[in-house]
Design a binder for this molecule. Structure first.
Ligand SMILES: Nc1ncnc2c1ncn2[C@@H]1O[C@H](COP(=O)(O)OP(=O)(O)OP(=O)(O)O)[C@@H](O)[C@H]1O
Ligand SMILES: [Mg+2]
Length: 192
């Protein structure tokens, strides 16, 4: 599904963020990058959807060399939960969650129905939270919306950069457990 071949990234100021990294992720696999702050995790993830271009090496997604794929087309197949959540402040929780389905042309009611389903899946009742705005949610709830939004269009690839970093260790563990269940549920429903 994703293959890194000898990927390196040197930033213009000379910082070597990633040095000769090779690995493979198969379909259905959950892979975690673990390492100290500044070791290159975010850089590695951002190279998968071409928000950052490698200095050398090749990345394949679904058999295609992504250097040859239009970045916009590539990103529509990749859900991304960024490190600081990044919800749109002037859109409701439901509309935030429906962002990608709406972008890829689903009709409004189908996109909103899917968004409600996903909010439910991350433990946020859409009737209570759907019409709120991001600033009316706790940090941990916002992070769940970020995850729901990334899952909404059932992308074949999902990148998550510390998606549960804003919650305490106890709640984080609960969310991680929920996420594993969610992943199993979403995988089982890939007919979407
Ligand atoms: N635009 C940039 N220009 C120069 N150096 C950068 C740039 N972005 C990141 N770096 C450096 O590249 C290295 C890797 O950064 P990266 O953000 O990938 O780390 P990380 O593993 O995600 O860290 P954290 O756990 O703190 O999020 C760090 O030393 C960082 O300072
Ligand atoms: Mg990071």
């Amino acid at each position: 599904m994703i293959r890194f071949d000898h990927i390196s990234k040197r930033y213009p100021d000379g910082t070597m963020a990633v040095d000769d990294l090779s690995f493979e992720v198969r379909e259905g696999e959950l892979v975690t990058l673990v390492g100290p702050s500044g070791c290159g995790k975010t850089t590695t993830m951002m190279m998968v959807n071409r928000l950052i271009e490698p200095t050398s090496g090749r990345i394949h997604v679904d058999g295609e060399d992504i250097a040859t794929v239009d970045p916009v087309r590539l990103r529509r197949r990749i859900g991304y939960v960024i490190q600081q959540v990044g919800l749109f402040p002037h859109r409701t929780i439901l509309d935030n969650t429906a962002t990608v389905p709406a972008l890829i042309g689903w009709n409004r009611s189908k996109a909103r129905a899917r968004a409600a389903e996903l909010l439910d899946l991350v433990g946020l009742d859409p009737k209570t939270y759907g019409s709120r705005y991001p600033q009316q949610l706790s940090g941990g709830q916002r992070q769940r919306v970020g995850v729901a939004r990334a899952l909404a269009a059932a992308p074949p690839v999902l990148l998550m950069d510390e998606p549960f970093g804003a919650v305490d260790p106890v709640v984080r563990e609960q969310l991680q457990d929920e996420f594993l269940k969610m992943q199993a549920a979403v995988c089982a429903r890939r007919s979407w």
